[in-house]
Design a protein around this ligand. Sequence first.
Ligand code: NIG
Ligand code: FE
Length: 412
Amino acid sequence: MSILITNIKQLLQTRTRGIYKISGSEMKTLPYLENAYLLIEHDTIVEYGSMKNIGGIIAEKTIDATGKIVLPAWCDSHTHLVYAGHREQEFVDRINGLTYEDIANKGGGILNSAEILAQTSEDDLYEQSVKRLHEVMKMGTGAIEIKSGYGLTLESELKILRVIKRLKHDFNILVRPTFLAAHAVPKKYKNNKTAYVDELINTTIPEIAKAQLAKYIDVYCEDGYFSLEDTDRILEAGKAHNLVPKLHVNQFNAFGGVALGVKHNARSVDHLEVMRPEDVNVLQGSDTMPVALPACSFFLGLPYTPARTIIDSGLPLALASDYNPGTTPSGNMNFVVSTACIKMKMTPEEAINAATINGAYAMGAHKMFGSITRGKKANVIITEDIPNYSYLPYAFGNNSINTVIINGIIVE
Ligand code: NIG
Ligand code: FE
């Protein structure tokens, strides 16, 4: 099937090959063409240009985008969307004064989700996840990372990773699977975290690697969860099995997790709500992408990642949703982009770069996703009639999307 999109008011993120991430002041630039066309054949962008040069191009389907903007579909590099149940009671408890920490200490939080997941059949977990994946695709997400981590046992982690594999197979979207090896210490190991980490290293990681269900390995490196030493050991074990690190670090406390990620050549370090100068410095010159999750800060009412400090120091920054039942029960990347502009003082150009090309880099998908480039996958959002691209984050909470095309197919 070929699709020709004509009369595009602004075609955003038109880039030639070889640009893999956008850093520092470059993030302020977002190349675009006015009055443009885009030609898709099968799942690939084959041509684009000014309407003046469209010549005699014809396609099986033509979409007239008069008054509309076309941009690359969002690349969401951090989600936990395979989970069971919901945690709105904890949400209400927080409104009534408990903190996220209080709830976790009472056995709520991640342990609560793990208990629900253990009681949920694999088919049921799949069905719940299908709904969420379809929902985010409709909202413009065209490539996604999904983590395990609500299992906390080998059996349950395998269950989640098999569901991720099934989603990958059944849906026409790039899915990058991550084994979130260490998310919380299970009740059974409450007073013996070292034994749990030993089990992860000696049994769980080798078994998960053997099943070939994950590309990345993740650890929640945080006070009360996993220390620098635990994280270092787990990442070493992952490396022995070719699992590449992506980390949860500096969400509530900064104590060297970013430097540890850089030491292990992590693909990304995510959260970063609390950043010391040394955490920014250590990222300079590294291949590790810093990732902000503003919808999580919004939902918890906590500080936002200091995007200005990070970008103004010359670093790149990516934006992702963190879709999960505890801290971000939403995978809406449009909201993430708006919130980054409103709360983190990112410009619309910076936020769109962060949620497309830099997001693609943060999940190792930049060669085929994240920009309007000949030969890349045909992943595009066609907006409603809107005046210009700044209107997208400006009209927060509104649905400005008309059509989403993923791998050359219109999402129904
Ligand atoms: O990325 N921080 C750790 N994990 C998730 C949320 C965990 C939960 O409360 O379910 C996050 O925010
Ligand atoms: Fe997360």
